[in-house]
Design a protein around this ligand. Structure first.
Ligand code: ADP
Ligand code: MG
Length: 211
């Protein structure tokens, strides 16, 4: 079943709720390898996004929701993650612009453009222990699920599962981007907070599709 504006709104409101619950865990992850503000940064941003969600017209399309989300995140999050995630939603929106409903191909295009936007802006590669370690496996898994003819919900579930595995895989490696890179070997054993939060938001995209 193709996913419309209700799905996009539900995705963002679920994301805001999850980030609020996970705020202190994300801060803790960031305290271990960065400056301890990742949960706080994202909670500020998604709380601001939440207040926007009530104000969409009936004729709004999913790209409108993602674009407004991007603007709010860029203007409120601060930190490295604000402009990076803002770019993800902005580029994701551009890939699906004006489509009232998203089929599997549109979802894969959206996720790919979002990931490409983060890479263009942050210059991180898989294995640098950043949010890209969640996003790139997610995009690859979504593309595979699409090629196998899976449903929209299955494509998003595959993306979320791969992102969760990717976030876990940042634990044994040395960070090469962002604040965590200042730690060198001391980052080993710590999960990247941005990879973790990206896995959370991708899981909520899947949860909204089965709701
Ligand atoms: P700050 O590091 O400014 O305090 P946050 O704590 O909100 O910002 O976000 C940190 C997260 O941002 C990291 O865990 C990492 O996933 C992500 N990040 C930092 N730099 C980059 C980059 N160049 N490319 C991709 N992601 C990055
Ligand atoms: Mg931080």
């Amino acid at each position: 079943m193709a996913l419309g504006t209700d799905w996009a709104l539900d995705w963002l409101s679920r994301t805001a709720a999850t980030i609020a619950v996970q705020r202190s865990h994300l801060n803790t992850l960031d305290r271990e390898i960065g400056d301890g503000d990742h949960g706080e940064n994202l909670d500020r941003g998604f709380t601001a996004v939440l207040t926007e969600l009530a104000s969409f017209d009936d004729d709004a399309v999913p790209s409108d929701v993602l674009k407004r989300t991007a603007m709010k995140l860029i203007s409120t999050v601060g930190g490295a993650s604000g402009p990076l995630l803002g770019t993800a939603y902005l580029k994701g929106a551009a890939a699906i612009v004006d489509l009232p409903e998203l089929d599997g191909a549109a979802l894969v295009a959206m996720l790919t453009a979002a990931r490409d936007g983060v890479v263009l802006r942050g210059k991180a590669m898989v294995g640098d222990a950043t949010m890209i370690d969640a996003w790139t496996p997610a995009v690859d898994a979504a593309a595979r699920a699409l090629a196998e003819g899976q449903s929209e919900a299955e494509i998003l579930d595959a993306a979320a599962t791969a992102a969760e595995e990717g976030a876990l895989a940042t634990e044994p490696i040395v960070a090469r981007k962002g604040r965590a890179s200042y730690l060198g070997e001391r980052a080993i054993g710590h999960r990247d907070p941005g990879a973790q939060s990206s896995a959370l938001l991708l899981r909520e995209a899947a949860n909204a599709a089965i709701a």
